[in-house]
Write a protein of this length. Structure first.
Lengths: 251, 313
């Protein structure tokens, strides 16, 4: 396991946001975190990415207990987070965005030739076919932008990639594109934490599944231990959905 | 190009070397400012105090050199220090308070305007300071900033060379330096830029100081050229700078534009300014022409932004 949590918890004032959650991510594996809105998904990833500090349980990176103070610290340990609002500038070209804030230098200058070439190579290595790295990011589709953000995190040395709802704003085809890049990142040996509320996106690509509901864990399952139907039912809160169906039935 | 062809076809003087030297001159002093203002606008901010600051620096130079016995070089250094301080203050207030720079620099614009007039009147009893010619070091400084160079028998103002230098440096910074990447980024989306580690506040303060530096350069050039400075000089010029930058392709909303574009905007301005005179037209038409250019440029810019921000599925 690259990162692992054991009985981790977090409270905000008197509100219990997360309780007793245990999960792990191994190199070359995808751990999906599933849950409805308010289930504690974002609290969990904010702990993993160094935005919040946990106040119960243990958080291990490479088997050693840590307490991350900032996103920078998480990054230094190779934990990169790609948020929904990707931190990219629409009017700037793909390669300028790719290196924004970490531009390669040659002497005093920004090594433009190297930046352009590296961006193209990294995108190709991820199987991302951007027609032209000089085009503004604003002209890319949502899926392509996610892919560029993923490639950027990989290039800057991420060992664990935390993806916050990368498919939720996308159509079926675009979501497929992003799922393919998640698989590609996994094949390159990264550990991926894939946050989603869509079991149909999670099941094909995931190796293990952590289900969250109202801040508590409903369990972590290996793929062999759970079927897509069980996952969907758990995710939807099974009994609740049946109840809802009953309630909505025509008299 | 179209503007040049139009005036050149209409007036033989316009296309002669003397004519070229003539309309390149206003283009040069405007161009130095337009390039600096363009960088600032790409970084997403405005500076309305830039025009008046050219007056302030010129007044400091002439006053110190004629009334306090400083030599011209020292007086220019003091002017530079004041200009950079004003730029720093503008930048600091804008980045700390997150107020629109339009309002902040409107404040500095009015304050400087008041200081220019008030101090000049208090010291001289008139609204101008003059007599720079007698000050120590005048000839050397004039040769460097306000002299002429002969190219093919035609005298060109040396300011044109400064303008070309400023444009070249600004283009290099924008396209080939890390700072350039940060300028585009803070103008395009400051939040996103900050999120990936761009020092947004520092970038913006540096941009305000760059604009102030350009104002000092132009103020000194004009003071050395005319040897006297009117207390109300530079007022209204701040919009001309912005117009030149916009004609050259800068977006008012930031994040897009170029230094060369701003220089081209300044050339168009210079050509129209002098061309109308050469043609013997009423100079009133100049404003009409300027307005039409601005409108066309803004419409063209809008297309650029639409293209870039259109999400393709």
């Amino acid at each position: 396991m690259i990162i692992e949590t054991r009985g981790i918890g977090k409270t905000f004032g008197s509100v219990l946001a997360l309780r007793e959650v245990s999960m792990g991510v191994a190199a070359g594996e995808v751990t999906c975190v599933l849950g409805d809105n308010g289930a504690g998904k974002s609290t969990l990833i904010k702990i993993l990415s160094g935005v919040h500090r946990h106040d119960a349980g243990t958080f291990l990176v490479d088997g050693r207990e840590v307490r991350l103070g900032s996103p920078r610290e998480a990054l230094d340990r190779g934990i990169a987070t790609v948020y929904q609002d990707l931190a990219m500038i629409p009017l700037m070209s793909v390669w300028r965005n790719f290196f924004l804030g970490s531009e390669p230098r040659r002497g005093l200058a920004f090594d433009v030739a190297r930046a352009r070439r590296t961006a193209r190579e990294e995108l190709l290595a991820m199987g991302i076919d951007i027609r032209d790295v000089d085009q503004p990011v604003g002209t890319l589709s949502g899926g392509e932008r996610q892919s560029v953000a993923i490639a950027r995190a990989v290039h800057f040395g991420a060992r664990v990639l935390i993806l916050d709802e990368p498919t939720s704003a996308l159509g079926v085809k675009q979501a497929g594109v992003v799922l393919r890049y998640i698989a590609r990142a996994r094949d390159r040996g990264l550990g991926v934490v894939f946050i989603t509320h869509n079991p149909h996106h999670a099941y094909p690509v995931g190796d293990r599944f952590l289900l969250l509901n109202r801040g508590t864990s409903l369990g972590e399952y290996a793929k062999a231990d759970i079927t897509r139907e069980e996952l969907t039912a758990l995710m939807a809160g099974g009994a609740e959905l049946e109840e809802l169906e009953h309630e909505l039935r025509r008299e | 190009m179209a503007v040049f062809a139009f005036f050149a076809a209409q007036s033989p003087v316009f296309r002669s070397p003397q004519g070229v030297a003539n309309w390149l001159d206003p283009a040069a002093t405007l161009g130095i400012m337009a390039v600096a203002v363009a960088l600032l606008m790409i970084g997403g901010e405005f500076d309305l105090s830039a025009g008046v600051l050219t007056g302030t620096t010129g007044l400091i130079l002439v006053t110190l050199a004629t009334r306090y016995g400083l030599d011209v070089w020292t007086a220019m250094l003091v002017g530079l220090a004041v200009a950079l301080a004003v730029g720093f203050a503008n930048g600091l207030i804008v980045t700390r308070t997150r107020l629109p720079s339009f309002i902040v620099t409107l404040g500095t614009f009015l304050m400087l305007q008041g200081v220019n007039l008030g101090v000049t009147k208090a010291l001289t009893g008139t609204v101008q300071v003059s007599g720079l010619r007698r000050a120590a070091g005048y000839e050397g400084a004039r040769a460097l900033l306000a002299g002429t160079v002969e190219i093919g028998g035609t005298p060109f103002r040396v300011a044109i060379l400064w303008w070309l230098l400023v444009t070249a440096v600004a283009t290099w910074v924008l396209m080939r330096s890390r700072a350039g990447n940060w300028i585009f980024a803070v103008g395009g989306d400051e939040q996103a830029a900050r999120a990936v580690g761009v020092p947004a506040a520092r970038t913006k303060i540096a941009l305000f100081m760059t604009t102030a530096f350009a104002a000092w350069l132009v103020g000194s050039i004009l003071a050395l050229r005319y040897t006297s400075v009117q207390a109300n000089i530079g007022i209204g010029q701040e919009f001309i700078y912005i117009i030149a930058a916009v004609i050259g392709g800068c977006l008012l909303t930031g994040g897009y534009g170029s230094a060369i574009g701003a220089s081209v905007g300044a050339v168009i301005f210079g050509m129209a300014d002098k061309g109308i005179v050469f043609l013997g037209w009423d100079a009133d038409w100049f404003k009409f022409f300027l307005g039409a250019m601005l409108l066309l440029a803004t419409l063209a810019n809008r297309l650029v932004r639409r293209y870039a921000e259109e999400v393709k599925h």
